[in-house]
Design a protein around this ligand. Structure first.
Ligand code: FES
Length: 290
């Protein structure tokens, strides 16, 4: 099922009796009709309070849980608490069936990209105090939901592999000892941002083109191709091969420079700029002068 189709009903989840009825200052402010500014909530105001999170739930294998819904949890706030911390607390203390991916908890593994208050974000990199309450936590849009916050990433990984995301050096015989291949500091600087990708899928999920064209390579895969196509250590022939992959019908030309991918990237990669640069490279490759 897709999150785009879901119209879930709100439902209360089992709560810690001590937490029932507890409201944070932000929640009380909302009850009074006031809006909570996304950037104005001071973390110190939440000390000793709870934060209200609404978590998307869906389990196709359990009778009675096949209808998408939201569960409410009131989680004790701690300074520095992230969105990931809050769902971990909810899982550990209230409902052990709550399912989501996570690993490093330091914005490296890319496994906990969620749709939080209407935007793709990394759970472990997003401070809960910075968000308007209740904090709405959903799986990434435009992806099939497996269970709760877990989406099927197979298609995303397939697209990443389409661009051959590995260094290729046709000049080095496989039988000889590999030698150090030096890169100039300038060239390193050029591809530095593209190499920060952690395969979280946030950009792909935000892309309207990818939502309408399942074969579109998508910003993450194109950025990965950029990293290698712009690496001076690969030959011109390999670069041309990469550009041929990228200029296909569902490649770089599908991008309409909406910048949504750039906006949500948790590693601040200028994805749209990279796609535009590859478009220019593709044009240059095909220019002929007689
Ligand atoms: Fe690894 Fe968030 S848990 S990126």
């Amino acid at each position: 099922m897709s999150t785009q189709q879901a119209e879930p009903e709100s439902q209360e989840a089992p709560k810690d009796p001590e937490m029932q009825g507890a409201e944070s200052p932000a929640a009380e402010k909302q009850k009074e009709g006031g809006m909570v500014d996304q950037t104005s909530t001071d973390a110190s105001e939440l000390e000793g309070e709870t934060v209200h999170i609404k978590v998307f739930r869906y389990d196709p294998e359990v009778e009675g849980k096949q209808e998408p819904r939201f569960d409410d949890f009131h989680v004790p706030f701690e300074k520095g608490m992230t969105v990931l911390d809050s769902v971990m607390y909810a899982r550990d203390e209230y409902d052990s069936s709550l399912t989501f991916r996570h690993s490093c908890r330091q914005a490296v593994c890319g496994s906990d990209a969620f749709f939080v208050n209407g935007k793709q974000r990394l759970g472990c990199k997003t401070q809960i105090a910075d968000l308007e309450q209740p904090v709405r936590i959903e799986p990434l849009p435009h992806q099939e939901v497996v269970k709760d916050l877990v989406v099927d990433m197979d298609h995303f990984y397939d697209q990443m592999h389409t661009v051959e995301p590995y260094f290729q050096d046709e000049d080095t015989p496989a039988t000889e000892d590999l030698e150090e291949q030096r890169q100039s500091p300038e060239n390193r600087e050029k591809i530095k941002m593209s190499s920060r990708c952690i395969w979280c899928g946030a950009c792909m999920s935000s892309c309207n083109i990818a939502a309408g064209d399942n074969e579109y390579l998508g910003p993450a895969a194109i950025n990965k191709a950029y990293k290698f196509a712009m690496d001076d250590r690969e030959s011109e022939e390999i670069k041309e091969h990469r550009l041929r992959i990228l200029e296909q019908e569902h490649g770089v030309w599908r991008c309409q420079t909406q910048f949504s991918c750039t906006e949500v990237c948790p590693k601040d990669i200028p994805l749209t700029e990279h796609i535009q640069e590859l478009k220019r490279e593709a044009v240059k490759k095909n220019l002929k002068f007689w």
